[in-house]
Design a binder for this molecule. Sequence first.
Ligand SMILES: Cc1cc2nc3c(=O)[nH]c(=O)nc-3n(C[C@H](O)[C@H](O)[C@H](O)COP(=O)(O)OP(=O)(O)OC[C@H]3O[C@@H](n4cnc5c(N)ncnc54)[C@H](O)[C@@H]3O)c2cc1C
Length: 502
Amino acid sequence: MSEATHVQDATGAGRGRHRVVVIGSGFGGLFSTKALRHADVDVTMVAQTSHHLFQPLLYQVATGILSEGEIAPPTREVLSDQRNAQVILGEVVDVDLEARTVTSQVLNRTTVTPYDSLIVAAGAGQSYFGNDQFAEFAPGMKSIDDALELRGRIFGAFELAEISDDEEEINRLLTFVVVGAGPTGVEMAGQIAELAHRTLPKDFRRINTRQAQVILLDAAPQVLPPFGEKLGAKTKTALEKLGVSVQLGAMVVDVDEWGIEVQDKDGTRRRIEATTKVWAAGVQASSLGRLLGEQTGAPVDRAGRVSVNPDLTLPGHPEVFVIGDMMSLDHLPGVAQVAIQGGKYAAKTIAGRVGGKGPQEPFKYFDKGSMATISRFRAVALVGKFKFTGFPAWVLWLVVHLLYLTGFKNRIGALGHWTVSFLGRGRSQRTTTMQQIFGRAALSRLKRGASDLVSSPGDYEATRELLAASRRAELEARAAEEARLTDTGQRGQHEEAPATAR
Ligand SMILES: Cc1cc2nc3c(=O)[nH]c(=O)nc-3n(C[C@H](O)[C@H](O)[C@H](O)COP(=O)(O)OP(=O)(O)OC[C@H]3O[C@@H](n4cnc5c(N)ncnc54)[C@H](O)[C@@H]3O)c2cc1C
C-alpha cells in the first residue's frame, strides 16, 4: 500500500455497526443518505464534488439568473446534523465487489473504504455520441464548471460583437446554437432569447442584441418528445414567438470553433456560422456501471446503464444497489424522481435488513410528472393525464423547484433572484472570469501536449506544474500577440479580443 493510501474507518468511532457506503452526492446519493438518518448504520458518502448539485437549474447559472452556490450547497453542510453520516471527497476509481471495498482518489491521496452495503449513484455525464472532439467547441450542461464556462461564452459573445466592425463576425458572434430539444435545450434556448430581447438591449451601444439569432436543433421530429406531440407543438410555437428558430430533423455532423454543420432529413448538408454552441443532447452513465457489469455479468446498455434486479441490486450481490441515472430497469427515464425514489427504496431495504425485517416489494416508480420552462411566466407540465401550459404550468414549476431546492438560504436567495429576473429585466449573476472561459481549453490543450507531465490523476505536484505551465503558455501567447500587433501597427484599432466565446 503506498504512503498516500488511507483506509477509511467507515464506522466512525469504531462502533462496529453496519457500514453503508454511498457513491455520489447527487439526487440518488443525497436522498439515500438522508433516508438512513434513523437507521442503526454508519454511512460514508464518497463523491467527486463537495457539493450536491441541483442539475435542473444549471441553465439559470449559465444565463446569469442564479449563482452557483444557490444550486450547489456543500454536502457536508447539508448533512452536518446527521450524526451517522460522514462525507469523503474523492473520485471512485475502483469497486471491489469481492473484498467489499471502494477506492477513491483526490490529488495524490487514495482512500479505501470498506462497506457492508453499497449504494452506487454516480449519475451520468454528457454524451457526444462518439464525437468527443465536439466538447471543446460545444460545452455540455452537466456541472458547475460547464454552466460557468457557458456563462462566460454567452456574455462574452455579446461583448466581442460590441467591439467588432466586421458584419460577418458580428453575425457569427450573435448566433447561438443549442443542440438538443429536450427540457434542457428548450430552457437554454428560451433564456438566451430572453437575454437578447429583454435583458441586454439597453446595456449595449453599438450592437442591437435583439438581432441575435437563437437556433434550437434536434435530429428528432419534435420538441420535448417525452411530453407528447401536443405539448411539443405548443412549446415550439411559444419558442418561435420568443424569436427562437426551431430546426427539427437536423442532425449535427460536425462542430468547430466557428460553427456547426448539420444534415437535414433530406440528406442536404448546411453550415451555420455560430461562435457559441451549447450541447444539450445525450447522456452517458458513469463508467463505474461498466466496471460493475464486468464483475457481475449484469448487462450494460449503450448509454452505460447497468441492468439491476427488481429490488435495484446487482445479480449475485444483494448488498449492492445501483440507482438513478446509472441503472437500467423497465425503461425508467433518467430523471431526478427516479434517483430520489430509488435512493429512498435502497435505504429502506438496508435499514429493514439491519433491523431484521424481511425483503421489501420490488421497486415501484411513482411518476410525479415532468415540466420544462420556456421563458418567464411560461412553461409546460405533464402530470399524469393532465397537461398544463403557460402561466399555470410556470407557477407549478416555481413551487416544485422551490420545494426541492436544498437549503432554506438557497430557497430565499433563488426567490430573490427570480424576482429580479422575472418581474424586472435584470440578471444578478452576470460575472464571468477569464479562468472560467479559458481554463478548461488551456488545460486540455496542455494535457494533449504534455501528457507525460501527469503520471496519474492524483499526482498533485504534476497538476500544479500543469497549471503553472498553462499560465506560462497563456502569458507567452499574449506577449507574442502584443509583439505582432506592435510590429504591424494595429494597436489601438478594434482588435479581435482573445477568443472568449470560442
Ligand atoms: C441540465 C440538466 C437538467 C435536468 N433537468 C431535469 C428536470 O427538469 N427534471 C428532472 O427530473 N430531471 C432533470 N435532470 C436529470 C436529473 O438531474 C438526473 O436524472 C439526476 O440528477 C440523477 O441523479 P443521480 O443521483 O443518478 O446522479 P447525479 O445527480 O448526476 O449525481 C451523481 C453524483 O455522483 C458523483 N460522481 C460521479 N462519478 C463519480 C465517481 N467516479 N466517484 C465519485 N463520485 C462520482 C457526482 O459528482 C455527483 O455527485 C436534468 C439533468 C441535467 C444535466
